[in-house]
Design a protein around this ligand. Structure first.
Ligand SMILES: NC(=O)c1ccc[n+]([C@@H]2O[C@H](COP(=O)([O-])OP(=O)(O)OC[C@H]3O[C@@H](n4cnc5c(N)ncnc54)[C@H](OP(=O)(O)O)[C@@H]3O)[C@@H](O)[C@H]2O)c1
Length: 243
């Protein structure tokens, strides 16, 4: 199978390219560093030539209101180019529960990205993942000041990125779902709790203070971004992953 991964040198995309290549597929890794810009459309025609499947793992340059126009233009450009190239399946990486959160600009932008794909002319699959375990430290850094990390009690259910890659690889090489697969890790933590676990495991002297207004996850209602009942649950526990 010939598979084009847009965002193929990013954090998830590069791992997916390696996985699909190891499975024996012909895989192209594309992003601006390889001359493919989904925002302008430059290089897209060549990247999608003869591709059976396209996986979209790009990310917006910011989490604020600018993410909306970015995901709008990039998705429209991808749909147009994929239709011209005769691509039979587009797979999108998205986030669990974004439809249940109204006050986060980035989530609103991801919903727009999903809706454009679902209403477009190409058979599609959306893989929604919970927060990556590898992303927890970055979340903490956003609201760290000196030796204090401010975190809300928002509930999250982190997943190891390797399990997200498993799901994407399986979906990309199967028939289009024309729907959504939710994937999540096995355990639910409050953000302040997972922050303390992470600092302890890394012998980091910072301490966590609960602040219900800290960071973008503060706007997330109870259980909105934990696994829905139909989710595929991964086997990697955060406490094992940490060690
Ligand atoms: N972090 C989480 O916990 C989490 C959870 C669930 C889902 N997700 C989703 O996962 C997706 C990927 O995240 P990631 O961490 O892998 O992102 P990342 O490491 O920032 O990678 C993004 C990729 O997109 C490329 N890109 C950006 N703008 C582009 C453009 N205009 N044209 C072509 N390529 C472009 C980047 O390369 P260049 O800059 O060189 O173009 C890079 O290869 C995101 O959509 C995010 O919403 C994340």
């Amino acid at each position: 199978m010939k598979i084009a991964v847009i965002g193929g040198r990013g954090f998830v995309g590069s791992r997916l390219v390696d996985r699909l290549t190891a499975m024996g597929h012909e895989v192209g890794a594309h992003d601006r560093s390889s001359g493919v810009d989904l925002l302008t459309g430059n290089g897209l025609r060549g990247a999608l030539e003869d591709a059976d499947v396209v996986v979209n793992t790009i990310d917006a340059p910011s989490f604020d209101a600018e993410a909306g126009p970015f995901f709008h233009s990039t998705t429209e450009n991808l749909l147009r180019a994929a239709a011209d190239a005769g691509v039979g399946h587009i797979v999108l990486l998205s986030i669990v529960g974004i439809d249940r959160v109204t006050d986060v600009d980035y989530y609103t932008a991801k919903i727009l990205q999903e809706d454009l794909l679902a209403n477009g002319p190409i058979p599609y699959s959306i893989v929604r993942a919970t927060q990556f375990m590898e992303f927890i430290e970055r979340i903490m850094d956003w609201t760290s000041e000196g030796d204090t990390v401010r975190l809300p009690t928002t509930r999250i259910q982190p997943i190891a990125v390797a399990e997200v890659v498993d799901a994407l690889a399986g979906v990309a090489t199967g028939p289009p779902l024309n729907g959504t697969l939710n994937v999540a890790g096995p355990d639910v933590y409050t953000l302040d709790e997972i922050g303390r676990l992470t600092l302890r495991a890394h012998h980091d002297d910072r301490h966590v203070v609960v602040d219900e207004s800290a960071g973008i996850f503060a706007a997330v209602p109870e259980d909105a971004i934990t696994a829905p009942a139909d989710a595929r649950i991964g086997g990697t526990h955060y406490t094992d992953w940490l060690t």
